[in-house]
Structure formats: C-alpha cells, structure tokens
Design a protein. Sequence first.
Lengths: 294, 294, 294, 294
Amino acid sequence: MKVGFIGLGSMGSAMAERLLQAQYDVTVYNRTAARAQALVSQGARHASQIADACRGDAVFTMLADDGALESVVFDEGGILSSLPKGTVHISSSTISAALAERLAVEHQKRGQHFVSAPVFGRPEAAAAGKLFIVAAGAKDALEKCAPLLEAVGQKTFHFGDNPSSANLVKISGNFLIASVIESLSEAFALLGKAGVEQRQFLDFLTSTLFNAPIYKTYGTLIIDKKYTPVGFAAPLGLKDVRLALSAGENLRVPLPLGSLIRDRFLTLLANGGESLDWVAISCVSAESAGQKAA
Amino acid sequence: MKVGFIGLGSMGSAMAERLLQAQYDVTVYNRTAARAQALVSQGARHASQIADACRGDAVFTMLADDGALESVVFDEGGILSSLPKGTVHISSSTISAALAERLAVEHQKRGQHFVSAPVFGRPEAAAAGKLFIVAAGAKDALEKCAPLLEAVGQKTFHFGDNPSSANLVKISGNFLIASVIESLSEAFALLGKAGVEQRQFLDFLTSTLFNAPIYKTYGTLIIDKKYTPVGFAAPLGLKDVRLALSAGENLRVPLPLGSLIRDRFLTLLANGGESLDWVAISCVSAESAGQKAA
Amino acid sequence: MKVGFIGLGSMGSAMAERLLQAQYDVTVYNRTAARAQALVSQGARHASQIADACRGDAVFTMLADDGALESVVFDEGGILSSLPKGTVHISSSTISAALAERLAVEHQKRGQHFVSAPVFGRPEAAAAGKLFIVAAGAKDALEKCAPLLEAVGQKTFHFGDNPSSANLVKISGNFLIASVIESLSEAFALLGKAGVEQRQFLDFLTSTLFNAPIYKTYGTLIIDKKYTPVGFAAPLGLKDVRLALSAGENLRVPLPLGSLIRDRFLTLLANGGESLDWVAISCVSAESAGQKAA
Amino acid sequence: MKVGFIGLGSMGSAMAERLLQAQYDVTVYNRTAARAQALVSQGARHASQIADACRGDAVFTMLADDGALESVVFDEGGILSSLPKGTVHISSSTISAALAERLAVEHQKRGQHFVSAPVFGRPEAAAAGKLFIVAAGAKDALEKCAPLLEAVGQKTFHFGDNPSSANLVKISGNFLIASVIESLSEAFALLGKAGVEQRQFLDFLTSTLFNAPIYKTYGTLIIDKKYTPVGFAAPLGLKDVRLALSAGENLRVPLPLGSLIRDRFLTLLANGGESLDWVAISCVSAESAGQKAA
C-alpha cells in the first residue's frame, strides 16, 4: 500500500515515521523541503510537489490550521486536482468543522474519499505510536484506512460517517483539557494565596477523585510554572478554543467557559506569552490574584 | 475512647455508624431527635441536649452550613460552653474558611482543640467507610483524632496546622467537580446539537485522557439527564460555589469560572431545579443551546 | 420638627448640614465624636450616645455598610430600643435589601416607622443640595419625611411602600454606573491598542447617542487615568456589586455582568488598588490587553 | 458631482435618496434590481452592473457584511477593476477592521482612494438626514467626500487617516449600545423579580444620571418586550459583537463583556429569536431568572 504524507511538522514527521516503520511505501511532502530529509534517510520518497504525494492509495495531511490545509487542497496543483478517484484524503489536522464539511463535499464531487482523523497526544506520543485517533467518514473509506491508522496510533475511536464529527470531537477534547487547566489555575490561585500547600492538594486530587493523567500532568506544570519547553503553544491553544467557539456560533451553542478561556489566552498573548506553552494561561489567574508568576 | 456526634443527616448518620462499628462509645445528638433512633438501636447513647454529646474525648459535628454550625457551637448550652478543656471538636461540615478561623480562635481561648476534617464522598461511600478525609489542625490534636478519622474514612490527607486549610481544600475540590460538570455540559451541548454521539464521546474521554471516575460518573448522569435521585442537591452546589467565591473575595482572588458556575446554579434554581441533583446545571447549557432537557 | 442624624462621614455631614440650613433642630451622633464638631458650630446639638439622637420626630442614619447599621440599630442602647413609637427611622445608607426587610419588620413590631431613602450623588452634590433621593416606605411615613428629604436633595423619587425597593433601586443604579465604566474600559482598551484617538471617540459618544453626564464624567476619568482623588472608593464599589449579586442570589436572578464587574474589582484590589477610585477597574481591561496603566 | 451607490437595503436606499435630494447625479446598483425602482423614479440612473455605478467621482457601498462587500469589490467586474484612478470608494457598511485595512491597501495599489464612513442611526434617521457619520481616510479624499457626507448625515466625525479607525469606532459604538441593553436587562430582571416597578426605575434613571436617548429608547423597548418590528435584527447584533471580538482577537484585547453579549445573542438565536430586534437579548436575562418573556 502506497501512501503520501503532507505536512512534516513535529507531529507529522513522527506520524510519517510510524508509517515507514510499518513498512508502508511513503512519499512525503513539505513546503520547506529540508524537513523531509530525516524521513528520506529512513526510506521515504521525497515529493517535490504536492501532486507527487497524491499518487498512492491515500494521502495524509497534518497542517497548522484551516488556511494551510485549504491552500494544500484547493490551490492549483493541490490535492483536489491531483488525487485519483477512489483514493482517500486522511486529514489529521485540527481544523474547523466547517472546513471538514466543505472538504467532504468537494472530494465527493470528484469521486475521492475524505476521512477526518485528528489525533490526541504530543509529538513524543506520536513517535512512540501512542496517539489516540478519532476518525469519521464513509464506512468503506474508514475500513481502507484502518491499517494505516493502526500503524500510526495506539487506538482508533470511530464517530460515524460524517467526517466533521471527528473534528468536533478533537475540538471538544481540547476544550476540556483547557477547562482542566483553567479550573486548576483558579483553585491553585485561591489555595496559594491562602497559604495551603498546592502540591499536597494536587497529590490529594490525583490519588482520589481526579486520578487522570491530565490532572497530574497539568497540575504539576502549573505548580512548577513550567511554561517552556513548549509542548503545545499558547497561540495554538487560542486557535483551538476559537474553533470551538466558531463551531458553537454556527450551531447556535453558547460556550461561556470557552469564552472565558479565550479571554485567558488573549490576556496571556497580550502580555508576552506568544512563545509559551498553553498551560501558561494559569499565570493569568495568579496575576489577577496579585501573585506574580515566575 | 468516648466520642460525641452532632448532626445526623445522611452523611452524619453513616459516619457515626462507622464509629460504632469500630467499637467506640458514641453519644449522638440531633435537633430532630427521631433521627437518632437507628443509631441508638445499634448501640449509640442518645443525648437530649448538645452538652450531653460533649462529655467525651472528642465531638464530631456534621451540619448543613455555617448557620447551623454557629448555632450548635455558639448558642447557650452549645459546644463552646460544654466541651471540657483538652478535648477536641472535629468539624466535618462544609463551612466557610472564615468560620473555621473563628472556631479555631474561640476554641483555643477556652483550652479546647479544633480540627477541621471535611470529607469527600456520598452517603453510600460514608456507610462503606470509603470517604476521603482532609484534615488540618494542631499536630497533637490531629494525632489524637487519627484513629477516629481512620474508623470513618478510607484515607486521611493532612493539610497542616491551620484548620481552615482543610476547609479550603474541601471547597476547592467541590469547585473542581462543578467545573467538570460545567465543561462536560458545554461540550455535550455542542456535540449533541451537531449530532455527534455523546456516549461515544464519553467512552473515548474516559478510556483515554480523562479516565477518572469523576468524568465517568458525571458524564453518564449528564447524558442520561439523571437529575434524581439527588446525590448532592443543587442548592448545596450553589452554597459550595458561594463558599469558594466568598473565600476568594476575602483573599482578593477572582474566580471567574466560579462566577460562571454560580450563575448556572441560579438559573437552574430560578427555573424549578431546587430539588434536583447539582448535575442538573447541565440542562442550563443544553437549554441555552435550544435543546430542551427531559 | 426635631431630627437626629447618625453617621457623620462626608456624605452624612453634608446631608445634616442641609437640614441645619433648612432650620431644622438637628441632633447629631457619630461614633468618633470629633466629626460632629463642625456641625455643632453650625448649630447642631451633640448627642453623646445614640439614644440622644432618637428623641425627635425622625432619625436619619448614613453608615458605611450593613454591619455598621446593624450595630447602631440592634445593639444595646441602639435605635430600636430608643426610638419613640410613631417616629421614623430614615435609612440613607447603601445596604442590602435583606437588611432593609429585617429593619422594616423590627421597627413595625415596636410601632416605629421605617423609610429607606438612599441617595445618588457625591459629597459635593450633597453639600449643594443636588442629591437625588429614592425613597420607599409606608405612605404616611413617607409624607412625614417629605419636607426633610426635600431639604436634603434636589428631587425625591418614590418606589412604593416596601422600603427594600428603594435599596434595590440604589443597588441597581450603582450596578448600571459600574457597567458604564466596564463597557467604556473595554472599548477604550480596544481603540487605544488600535491607535484610535480615545478622546475623539468620547467626544463623538457624548455629543450623539450617549450624551449623559455619566459617560462624560467616567469616560474622561478613564482616559486621564485619574484614579485619585477618590470620589467613590474601589472597596465600596466591590461592596455595592456584592449587594447586587447577593440580592440576585436571594431572588434567584443571575447577573453575569455583575459577576464580571465583581471580578474586575477583585483583580484591582489584589493588585494594589484598595485606595483608588472605583473607576480604576478600567486599568484591569487595559492591563489584560498588555497596556500598562499610569 | 457624479456619484454611484451600491447596496439598496433600507439604509442604503435612504442614504441614496438624501444624495438625490441634494441634487447629486446618482447612479444606483443593487443585486436585486427591483430595489432600485423607487430611487429611479426620483431621478436616479440605474446601473445594470457594478461597473456602471463606478463611473463618477465617488461610489458609496452599503452592504450587509464582509462577504457581500468583498464580492462587490473583488469579484470580476467589481469596484476594484472598475473605479477610475483618483476617485473614491466610500464604504458605509459595518465591516471588520481587517477588511477595511485590506481595502485601503488594494485601492491604493490602483491609485484609487478609500474612505471608511460607517453611520449611526436607524433607517428613519437616515431618511431624515439625521445619521451620524464617522469617517476616516486620507485627508484629501475626506475633503472630497465632505459635501457628500454632509448631504447624507447631520454631522460627520473624523478619526484620522487610517480608514479602519472609523470601522473600529462603529464597532465599539455598537458594542456600547449592546452593553446598555445587557446592563438594563440584568437590572430589570432583578427589580422585576423583586416587584419593583420597572417603569418608575427607568423614569428615575433617564431623568437623572442616565438621561441619554439610548437609555430611554432601549429601556422602554425592554420593559414593553417590544421585539418587533425589527429596527436592528438580532443576527446583525451577533455579527457586530463578533466584529468587536474579532478585532480584539487580532489586537490581543480581551473583551469579556463582549463575550458575554455574544453568548446572549447565541442563546436568543438558539431559542427562536432569529427574526427579532436585538433588544430581545433582554429576554435571556429574564428567562434565566425564571421570568418567562411575552
């Protein structure tokens, strides 16, 4: 089975590497060609233009945002005009539900398949094959992709035949993670100012009601004020909550907690946080309580 | 060791029963005496007035709110005037940090000890000895209470010698639980209106990043719109978020998510939710998205 | 007509002075007696205890908050036990609706009248007889007070026979003023960061749709970052929005804008704003946009 | 002086009529040609395509939103390719600051002028020449337009040479009006549930501190629950607050009150309010307090 991979950021590269390790014939494309080097040395073919990555049975895309994916798909020489009938575009980017819907329509018009398959996990998890994948699309297309997704992640969760459902799940999942960061930040601001030991509180939480990795991970990052190195950058956090709000706006669903989190990101970014991890929104809570962050 | 127990609601009764089962000599008091019956039949002594429950080595209180505890402690014939020097008042009610501070001062003036030991868990957990206890107070007082708390719960977490710290931990813990309810409610409103299967989403969450009981429990209650029977009543939820906001106000710590949750409770209570479980605030999200609750 | 006046802060003193100028026989009381001096030199009698200010046809109170008024009314030797039957307690303090209701009941029990008559305006306005008074209470009591209120303010607005209605009007009015400050602050933060001339914007507003003094006054203070001298202190602003939220909580009325304003005040007070004018909450908007206040 | 006018909705038609009355030679264009009829009967020339409306000294546009204006400007045969060098595009639509910036750049590239001149007022005000106009653009272009704007409105306010400044002023002005609606709605919900006479409260407000037409107008509409006929439709209100939030996002300025208002609009639109006046967001406050709207 031959597969293309477009978008070789840290996540995309790790995913493409997993495909190579599973012995797939992988052709990779990246706007900045240098990023393809490491994969080529591991056996990938290099595509010098998008069309060359579209000659297999499927092509993955893993790009920064709606704009980047739109360009790769709709521009002249893009995926839409290059992908053979009957083959699949697997979109793993975190994009808007609206764009996913548009892609589903446009691919279908051309006899191409479209599957949304965004992922949960950081680059290290991707490299270790530990990503969780949420996938949605036509049943036969999904079946065709199944072994590819299996090679990439540790488990695939299915959300029906409407591709945008998978994007909404991704967006909602990130909203929930951001909600954990916000709620912990407020609780820590309160306890910290009262002189209660934050670490003991976190130990208590994670050994009782909140014993999920998400609380352990983000709770520790908040207490340690560990805003670098960046696992997931603050501007991406803003982008993702905007996707949630935008989906809510289209569907007429108010998300007041989403609005609150958006304002936290804007405050962070307005005050020098552009290159910090998204957990740094916790310093907005701390500073509004008069506690200067590190 | 002789111990008194004041406040025999469903939580208090279950806790007192645990003490009896551990062979303590327990004297119980409740304003409505009938509630003492079941415990007396299990071997408890009945106190017809508060003072009679204050003749042992320690007295527990488990009451509805600040007002109820203030009355039991400060009124004529109350705990403050009845408790012998050197004995301990163990307060398990969810009360304000401010009242805990006042109690610490007043007991100390009279040579009495004061320990805050609020609990996490529902009445069934209490009956099964599965409560988690968060305790704070002077070290020797805490040591004295340790076997009693061990009889009552499955584990005690210590938060230093300032009793109000334990109350802040309790308040913050409940704030975090309410935050989980609110964030899930908003995500479910979005996904529900988009036609994404909510139960699949919850399965995904709880088998990956959010595999904590709190998400499983409340996620299921929200999806099932199971607002009765009441595990924890909506007005108590409002009370607890008010305690968080009030502590924040005293310490000058804004809690915007707390404010949002407070408004959810008020909306619920203004629209017929007084006798529903606190998870019913999820219907505020659903209804504001135009989806009528059950 | 003889009248007492209790509470000689800057507002109370100015109001009492108006009564003296209108030739009333005024007896003044203040906890710190020195504050009575200026009025005595203008012809007021000095009361060395509360009861001495309660021997006329009416007694005004103008105190800082619920606690201060409760003490003056309910403590031993307070107004409740001193005021003759058939005379009136005129409460001009900004207090909770709940306390006004309690006062109405307690005075009635003793055959005394109770009128709520809070005022709008700053001390200078009070001195110039330019206050607006909102009054509520039993019709005959109101009629009795009418000439007194006329002496104090420029106009009295009546809100029926339930005294707490006047308090709710006062609380709601202050909430609306704070809303003007918050909305202008956000708009100015946006325009300021975009490089649009804020003063031109304010001129435009106040010469077209928003030509009310409140926009002119607060808009100018915000643009000039004039947080001192204090016309109305930030902690009082917090107190008043808390009164609105507390009334909303009792009546089951969520006030999300009220909650937002409360968080603005807490942020201000947590960051050094205790002795600034309440308009200084505007710097919270500016700073969250990355624009440092003066 | 010859002038084109594109976009003949109720506002655009009224503005074009003012130009005719001032004896300008006006050529009008509307996608749905029938809307041009009334103006033609008053002496306007009819343009069957956009280019025909671009042959004078200036062309006005008054369209629904960014998308409509983009289409009219950038599509083949649009304004950009039709307008002669040295003539002016006067944009009166309520559009994003971002689009205004793009238009300024694109027109300049082609030697055309661009002036932003959005207006405040309802169609009746437009017909009566009572609009307030906020204008920004290059000085000489503004001077050229001055007589045209004078013919259209009662007064023009200038905001410098950056066209998008005028758009930000328009957006901020509408944000402030929406803030008045929201703050009044919350206050009325509180007072209404407390049984205080809302109309008396409004009379008090508008005869004292808040004596601006905006409070009188919207206060009366809220009390009367007069959501039709539509002066300004709720979806346009959502659009405008979205423009404010979007400008804030680009500039990194959080607008929490803007977010709150956005959620009010979404709640209204999710519950059947698509064809109501934007003042109908007041029923969200009332209903969340348990008071059913008319």
